[in-house]
Design a protein around this ligand. Structure first.
Ligand SMILES: NC(=O)c1ccc[n+]([C@@H]2O[C@H](COP(=O)([O-])OP(=O)(O)OC[C@H]3O[C@@H](n4cnc5c(N)ncnc54)[C@H](OP(=O)(O)O)[C@@H]3O)[C@@H](O)[C@H]2O)c1
Length: 139
C-alpha cells in the first residue's frame, strides 16, 4: 500500500517483528491465535467490542470468563459460546467495585485454575459532543 503524502513509512519495532499486526492475518495463520486452553478474562463482555472479543476467543479454543454488570446478557453469551463448542463462564461484576472484582476472579480461578490474560474492555463510548465541548465545560 502506498504511503500517504507527508506520512513516513511505518518501521518495524524490532528485528523479526511480523510485517503485519492484523488480527485477520493472525487468524489465517492460526485460527486459535495461539490461545488454545489459555484462560482470558474479558470485562465489558455484555456488548460491543468486549462481546465480539469474547466470541472470537471462544472460537479460538480459549476458556473465556465473561464480566460486565448485565448478568442475563452474560449468561446468554456464555451459552452461545458453549453451543458453538467453546468454553465460557459468566462471572458478572461491576469493575468499579473491588469486592465484585475479587468475586469474579475467585469464580474464574475455581472454574479454570488461573487467569492467563485480561482483555479489559469495560467502559462506555465517548459522547460525540465531547469533541465539540470546551474543556472547562466537561465534568
Ligand atoms: N466503539 C468504538 O469504536 C470504540 C473505539 C475506541 C475505544 N472504545 C472504547 O472501548 C470501550 C468499549 O466500547 P464499546 O463500543 O464496546 O461499548 P459498549 O458496547 O457500550 O460496551 C461497554 C461494555 O462495558 C461494560 N461496562 C460498562 N461499565 C461497566 C462497569 N462499571 N463494570 C463492568 N462492565 C461495565 C458494559 O456492560 P454492562 O453495562 O452490562 O456493565 C458493556 O459490556 C469503551 O471504553 C469505549 O470508549 C470504543
Amino acid at each position: 500500500m502506498p504511503t500517504p503524502e507527508g506520512a513516513s513509512a511505518p518501521t518495524k519495532p524490532y528485528a523479526g517483528a511480523p510485517s503485519s499486526v492484523s488480527v485477520f492475518d493472525a487468524l489465517d495463520e492460526d485460527p486459535r491465535l495461539g490461545l488454545a486452553n489459555d484462560t482470558i478474562w474479558v470485562t465489558g463482555a455484555s456488548s460491543g467490542i468486549g462481546e465480539q472479543t469474547a466470541r472470537l476467543l471462544g472460537s479460538a479454543d480459549a476458556r473465556v470468563v465473561l464480566s460486565a454488570r448485565s448478568e442475563d446478557r452474560l449468561a446468554e453469551l456464555a451459552e452461545e459460546v458453549r453451543e458453538a463448542g467453546g468454553r465460557a463462564l459468566a462471572a458478572p461484576a461491576d469493575v468499579t467495585e473491588a469486592d465484585e472484582i475479587d468475586a469474579a476472579i475467585a469464580q474464574a480461578r475455581q472454574w479454570a485454575g488461573a487467569i492467563d490474560h485480561v482483555a479489559h474492555v469495560a467502559g462506555y463510548p465517548l459522547d460525540e459532543r465531547l469533541w465539540d465541548s470546551p474543556l472547562h465545560e466537561l465534568d
